[in-house]
Ligand binder design. Structure first.
Ligand SMILES: [Zn+2]
Length: 395
């Protein structure tokens, strides 16, 4: 494909994937082959909404080399490995989509699904071993899975996300979309949950009433009762009848609001927000949270480190504020969670990651499968994130 045409297609793909909730912020990356030797790929650390063609970077397939002033995505080695193994592939999408990422955290591969999905995804969606993001071991793990299953059009990346391969943009996009559908069904089968949300993106109608915000001291606090955060926070039996969002927010907002009154429904004009927990047979097997919830996905390890702290239900506001000085998210048992960021966008990003980690943790804990990212890897992820993020902020 001609270079400029490919660059514009990558930009269009970014917009469409964001619109469908398959990618967000600067997570994930997209590439298009332009010859036997080269592909073009999204840049490192730029949000998809305002990409321009000059920021889509040509990269060589054989050695990942590139030139110019815009850095290509740090997962370019994953793309180049797949273009080498798949001469027919012209488009590759890497996402951190919700259900596929959660299933990937269990370490399970997908197989034995309907012909409808087989046509798009191939007979199997393998799960690649874990590798720290942006590193060669991650690219090697994906390459090994792709080599073992040459027919697979999608690969789960353990504790991370997925990568989808297509002969063209439409087929790669379709693989990402169908994979998410399939994983949502699989997630429901594995957990017994029948009321699964499509995804959880703060600011969208699906998330309305699940996140309430408060700006204090130049930071934005987000009080979160999204579906999986709620399920984990209340695992082991909360008093459901007494729980509702307003309780949570009024209690939590006191230390942040400086006595300005309850944050609750009233502050957002949404009184009586429901915090209902749907009971189901498998969910009651879920053990209550201990003092922390491990990071089951890289995004979470990057933002919060190896685990997210869990405060007791009776934690005071200053306990929460203190915990939020060390990490941007904290659970409060039986209640929900609080996230914080420099602005609403950052607070939303923390909410999204927290919910995604809760989804992955929920299925892993329920099945007693999968393993968290773990200490050393989580520390490395956290450092990479801080380094990249501080550079972005200063650029
Ligand atoms: Zn990624």
């Amino acid at each position: 494909m001609e270079k400029n045409e490919a660059k514009n297609l990558v930009i269009r793909a970014g917009h469409e994937l964001v619109a469908e909730g398959l990618i967000a912020r600067t997570w994930g990356n997209i590439s298009c082959r332009i010859s036997d030797e080269e592909f073009v790929i999204t840049p490192s650390g730029k949000s998809y909404e305002d990409l321009v063609p000059s920021e889509i970077v040509p990269v060589r397939i054989d050695d990942c080399s590139w030139s110019g002033t815009v850095r290509p995505s740090s997962e370019k080695a994953v793309h180049s490995a797949l273009y080498r193994l798949h001469p027919e592939a012209n488009f590759i999408i890497h996402t951190h989509q919700y259900y596929a990422t959660a299933i990937g955290a269990t370490g399970r591969s997908l197989r034995g699904y309907d012909a409808f999905y087989r046509e798009v995804l191939g007979r199997c969606v393998p799960c690649a071993e874990y590798g720290i993001s942006t590193t060669q071991p991650l690219a090697d793990a994906v390459e090994a899975a792709a080599a073992l299953y040459p027919e697979a059009q999608a690969i789960l990346m353990r504790n991370h996300g997925v990568v989808c391969i297509g002969v063209d943009y439409e087929s790669a996009f379709n693989a990402a979309r169908k994979l998410e559908e399939l994983c949502r069904i699989k997630y429901s089968d594995l957990t017994g949950l029948t009321d699964l949300p499509e995804n959880f993106i703060p600011g969208t109608p699906a998330a309305a009433g699940k996140v309430h915000y408060r700006e204090v001291g130049g930071r934005t606090y987000a009080f979160l009762k999204s579906p999986f955060v709620r399920r984990l926070a209340q695992a082991g039996g909360a008093d459901e009848s007494a729980e509702n969002g307003s309780d949570l927010f009024s209690k939590m907002s006191r230390p942040f609001g400086g006595g300005a009154g309850p944050l609750g429904g009233a502050a957002d004009g949404k009184p009586g927000m429901a915090g209902r927990v749907v009971k189901h047979p498998l969910g009651s097997r879920l053990a209550p949270l201990g003092k922390s919830l491990p990071a089951y996905i890289d995004d979470c390890a990057q933002m919060a480190g190896a685990s997210i702290r869990v405060l007791p239900a009776e934690a005071s506001g200053s306990d929460m504020a203190r915990a939020l000085m060390h990490a941007p998210m904290v659970f409060v048992r039986n209640k929900g969670a609080v996230c914080v960021g420099a602005d609403r966008e950052e607070a939303d990003a923390a909410c999204m990651v927290l919910e995604k980690n809760a989804m992955a943790a929920y299925v892993c804990r329920l099945l007693d499968e999968g393993k968290p990212v773990g200490g050393a890897a989580a520390m490395a992820e956290n450092l990479i994130y801080r380094f990249k993020y501080s550079k972005l902020k200063n650029s």
